[in-house]
Design a protein around this ligand. Structure first.
Ligand code: C2O
Ligand code: CU
Ligand code: CU
Length: 455
């Protein structure tokens, strides 16, 4: 890692954090009031009269980071761009202005929207210096939940997303029961790990990145290193976790707190599932309820290392968690197919693809019929786990090679090395051509992506 601009003190602090949570935890004041880093919240935009119109300007340059600055690619000059809060039926109008020296575009990850024309069309390319007007209609049957937006240019998705081009989308619907417990603090937490540095060199893609995917050295929450999350007394915390990292998988815990998983990628689970850890593969979201069992500075950890502190004013009573309608299982299957993740070419194993075919936008890899349910087995013959993501149509994970299924609707699932997952996809509605891919975006950029058309 290169950190040319960081002061020696910063470098020491970063070093201490990297060395382990215990070291830094001992050095910080234990009282919640002495917050090391003020919590950042994205601005929120909502539709008026059913229309949300905004401009997102893709740009690059130095942005504030941890008391110093880092080189970033951003929307509107910030790594925490506006949160789009939409309702089923709303129209989202985004003018994407490209001030980057390279192409970009826009994808609404997880939304059940049209992939054609000026909607969530991953084949649209916005040249440097030009702009594009997206018009994305949120359908009435769009589930509530947590989604996100990011660029999707084949070949440059990884650096653009890694350096800061990622924003949150929340679908809410006051006419439907909400998974958010009454009175809870509704908090969005965007997880990222940008490559740190003060020049555009941080956007470089190496051969190693293409093979294994890039990771930054530090985990950031809403762009911040080791922030303190302030709790409001007496309120449960409802967290919308979004893994925007290009490669990193998360395994989150909160010391002395109960966690309940209440929503996945595709919306509310219906029931609250107690969990000791929350896992998130690249692209994946989770909605959880956090209930502290004690007052104090509770460590939020990723694989055991502290990445943030939850400032808890006190224990909360056992959560009165809502039970919503359970997710109905997709019971009948009209067609089955298998997609295989393989490594293609190269002396050292080369880059992974689906079925040995590197991405070609002009080719159609899967043709499906509307009104059917398909069962896909995603087999992974490589020595590395890959997150499988499908645009537009949600799916259920009915079996995995380790013997377990997963609850709820999904759009992203980790396929273990030398293992498989079996998913059932509801091609209930929405026609058009779009993509499925590995959400290690370096792999997507290198060709681990295919085209699907629904007619
Ligand atoms: Cu989040 Cu096709 O991507
Ligand atoms: Cu997507
Ligand atoms: Cu991959």
């Amino acid at each position: 890692m290169t950190l040319p601009d960081l002061t020696r003190r910063d470098a020491l602090r970063l070093g201490a954090l990297a060395a382990g949570a215990g070291l830094l935890a001992g050095a910080l004041p234990a009282t919640p009031a002495a917050a090391a880093s003020r919590w950042r919240t994205p601005s929120v935009l909502r539709a008026t009269d059913g229309v949300l119109a905004l401009t997102l300007t893709a740009q690059q340059g130095l942005i504030p980071f941890n008391g110093t600055r880092r080189w970033a690619m951003t929307y509107n000059g910030t790594d925490l761009p506006p949160q789009l809060r939409l309702r089923p039926g709303d129209l989202l109008r985004v003018r994407l202005v490209n001030r980057l020296p390279q192409m970009t575009n826009l994808h609404t990850h997880g939304l059940h929207v049209s992939p054609t024309g000026a909607s969530d069309n991953p084949y649209v390319m916005v040249e440097s210096g030009s702009s594009f007007d997206y018009e994305i209609r949120i359908p009435r049957n769009q589930p509530v939940g947590t989604f996100w937006y990011h660029p999707h240019v084949h070949g440059s998705s990884a650096p653009q997303v890694n350096l800061g081009m990622a924003g949150s989308i929340v679908i809410e619907d006051p006419t439907r029961p909400s998974p958010v417990p009454a009175g809870a603090t509704d908090r969005t937490i965007v997880l990222s790990d940008p490559v740190l540095g003060t020049t555009s060199a941080v956007a470089r893609t190496t051969m190693m990145d293409q093979m294994h995917g890039r990771s930054g050295t530090f985990v950031l929450l809403n762009g911040q290193l080791d922030p303190t999350i302030p709790m409001t007394g007496g309120r449960l915390e409802f967290w919308r976790l979004i893994n925007t990292s290009v490669t990193r998988n998360y395994q989150l815990t909160v010391d002395s707190a109960d966690l309940h998983l209440v929503g996945t990628d595709g919306g509310p689970l219906g029931t609250a599932l107690p969990r000791s850890t929350i896992t998130l593969t690249p692209g994946e979201r989770a909605e959880i309820v956090v209930r502290p069992r004690t007052a104090g500075a509770l460590a939020v950890r990723d694989f055991g290392t502290r990445i943030a502190t939850l400032a808890s004013p006190g224990a909360l009573p056992a959560a009165a968690l809502r039970t919503l309608a359970p997710v109905p299982a997709l019971a009948t299957v009209d067609r089955r197919r298998t997609l295989t993740m393989v490594e293609t070419g190269g002396m050292m194993g080369g880059t992974p693809t689906f079925d040995g075919r590197p991405f070609d936008a002009a080719r159609i890899d899967q043709r499906v019929s509307l009104g059917t349910v398909e069962e896909w087995t995603i087999a992974n013959t490589t020595h590395m786990a890959h997150p499988f993501h499908l645009h537009v149509w949600p799916y259920q994970v009915v079996a995995r090679s380790d013997g377990s299924a997963l609850p709820g609707w999904r759009d992203t699932v980790l396929v273990p090395a030398n293992g498989w997952v079996r998913i059932r996809i509801a091609f209930a509605d929405i026609r058009g051509k779009t993509v499925y891919h590995c959400h290690i975006l370096d792999h997507e950029d290198a060709g681990m992506m295919g085209n699907i058309v629904a007619t």
